[in-house]
Design a protein around this ligand. Structure first.
Ligand code: HEM
Length: 471
């Protein structure tokens, strides 16, 4: 994907960019104190309140009800209009923060990861360190290279079908079918039931059958994730963390073929600095947002009959939902759900040295913020900003649009993307094959209406109806 030409901060190339430009040695544009306060209170704090590592139900509800996300998008549009292409600086007492305003600048930062834009920021280190102290995102230098490589290899990043796909799909089909049965019995499906079944599938997919019913493992992880939400404030939870990691190690060493953990047994991945098993907590943690995305995709389809018809047709093709299938339309629906409600609303980087931009120099130690919803749903996402348009992922239009990167881009791009798409599309196929769904909570995404800026998965409810004639 190529950045658009004309994005102010990227007219010139990295580190040394703009050496001849008179402005390049000056300071970047700084937000007025009033605007800086608005960014803090209308964008950064609400995003943090919702829970960057583990979503919190009350702020999610408040955000949905009071339109916090829409206000943040409006604020970004206003800043872009008044300050130009940025990046713009907020000078806080703690340390400088830069806010990116154009896809060109976002691609520069993602493309020049990890140097000089390291993903290992102070905030992430404190947060993720509570349950994945050796995660690749919070590592630097040779350790980051080795750990990133382990992730790319074990998750088989470029492959649409992981070599474990037959087992991933079988497990997914079994759990999604059990979810439909439960919904039919209860007459309704909410996040509590969906999440419980999704987590069971995740434990089986990642760690194997022995972990299927180990809800305690998920609870331990979630306790650590809740603590991670308070990254800068709460202590390390070391005893809890060690106990959780020990359990993960036990499962990983015993993992059977057909699990993702077993992919770590591949020779050559075990270099000491790589800590292959130490990457698993990130996989478990990141699979939960994948569940949110899948649940919301179901809600989108429930309110969009035209798209649902295509999805149902694909789900019903070739019969057996337990056989790996490409499911391109359902994958596109999952991507679209991720675009509309981004699960990593703030992609953070920290500058390891001063970097030059057309507008001036950004000091070392700056926290660089990509507010993803602005790129996925703001003016750069036209023509589908607020509509459900899975077809844009099939026509190539979305790939052509540099603003649309729900799985990030560059050397820090999500290595789990294909595995997520495989799992989520198979899950949806199972849920749609014989059942129609209707959203009974509000807001309900509906064809012809703007897709809500946030869909709180905690208070989302759907009712199932067996489809007449479906076998
Ligand atoms: C809908 C689900 C998911 C989305 C939208 C997503 C998106 C992302 C994004 C935006 C990043 C970059 C974060 C940053 O730079 O701070 C990332 C990183 C990462 N993701 Fe995902 N992810 C998802 C699920 C998963 C899953 C299920 C796995 C593993 C099974 C996974 C593995 C990773 C890893 C290991 C990294 C760190 C990469 C690095 O250190 O360079 N992700 N993901």
């Amino acid at each position: 994907m190529t950045p658009p030409t004309g994005a102010a901060g990227t007219l010139e190339s990295p580190h040394t960019a703009g050496t001849d430009s008179p402005e390049a040695t000056g300071e970047l544009v700084r937000l007025s104190p009033r605007d800086a306060a608005r960014v803090l209170t209308q964008l950064l704090l609400p995003t943090a309140a919702k829970g960057p590592i583990m979503r919190r139900p009350t702020p999610m509800k408040l955000s949905e009800r009071h339109g916090w996300d829409r206000h943040a998008l409006d604020l970004m549009a206003e800043l872009r209009q008044r300050y130009g292409d940025g990046p713009v600086m907020l000078n806080t007492t703690a340390r400088p923060i830069a806010l990116l305003l154009t896809p060109g600048d976002m691609h520069r930062v993602l493309g020049e990861t990890p140097d000089p834009f390291t993903p290992d920021t102070l905030e992430k280190r404190r947060a993720l360190g509570k349950f994945q102290p050796h995660g690749s995102l919070i590592s630097r230098g040779g350790e980051r290279r080795a750990r990133r490589r382990v992730n790319e290899k074990a998750l088989q990043m470029p492959r649409a079908m992981h070599s474990a796909a037959p087992d991933v799909v079988r497990r997914t089909a079994e759990e999604s079918s059990a979810t439909v049965d439960r919904a039919l019995r209860h007459g309704v499906l909410g996040w509590d039931d969906f999440g419980e079944m999704w987590w069971r599938a995740v434990r089986r997919i990642v760690l194997g059958e022995a972990a299927a019913d180990d809800t305690g493992l998920t609870e331990r992880l979630n306790t650590l994730r809740s603590a991670a939400n308070w990254s800068l404030l709460r202590g390390r939870q070391r005893a809890r963390r060690d106990e959780f990691l020990l359990r993960v190690h036990r499962y990983a060493f015993a993992a059977e073929p057909g699990t993702i953990a077993h992919a770590l047994h591949e020779p050559g991945l075990g270099r000491p600095e790589a800590d292959p098993v130490g990457q698993i907590p990130h996989w478990l943690f990141a699979y939960e947002p994948a569940g949110m995305v899948t649940f919301r995709a179901l809600a989108l389809l429930a309110g969009h009959p035209e798209q649902a018809a295509r999805a149902v047709a694909e789900a019903g093709e070739a019969g057996d939902p337990a056989t790996p299938r490409p499911l391109p339309y359902l994958r596109a629906c999952v991507r679209e759900s991720t675009r509309l409600w981004h699960t990593t609303p703030m992609i953070l980087r920290e500058t390891t040295e001063p970097t030059r931009w057309t507008g001036g120099t950004m000091p070392a130690g700056t926290l660089v913020v990509t507010y993803s919803p602005w790129f996925q749903r703001g003016e750069f996402a036209t023509p589908h900003q607020d509509s459900f348009a899975p077809e844009q992922w099939l026509s190539g239009d979305a790939e052509e649009n540099p603003a649309l990167v729900p799985f990030s881009d560059g050397p820090g791009r999500c290595p789990g993307e294909n595995l997520v798409l495989l799992t989520a599309s198979s899950w949806l196929a199972g849920m749609l094959a014989h059942t129609d769904w209707k959203v009974i909570s509000r807001p309900a995404p509906r064809a012809g209406e703007a897709v809500p800026a946030l869909l709180d998965h905690f208070t989302l409810y759907l009712t199932p109806r067996p489809r007449a004639g479906a076998g």
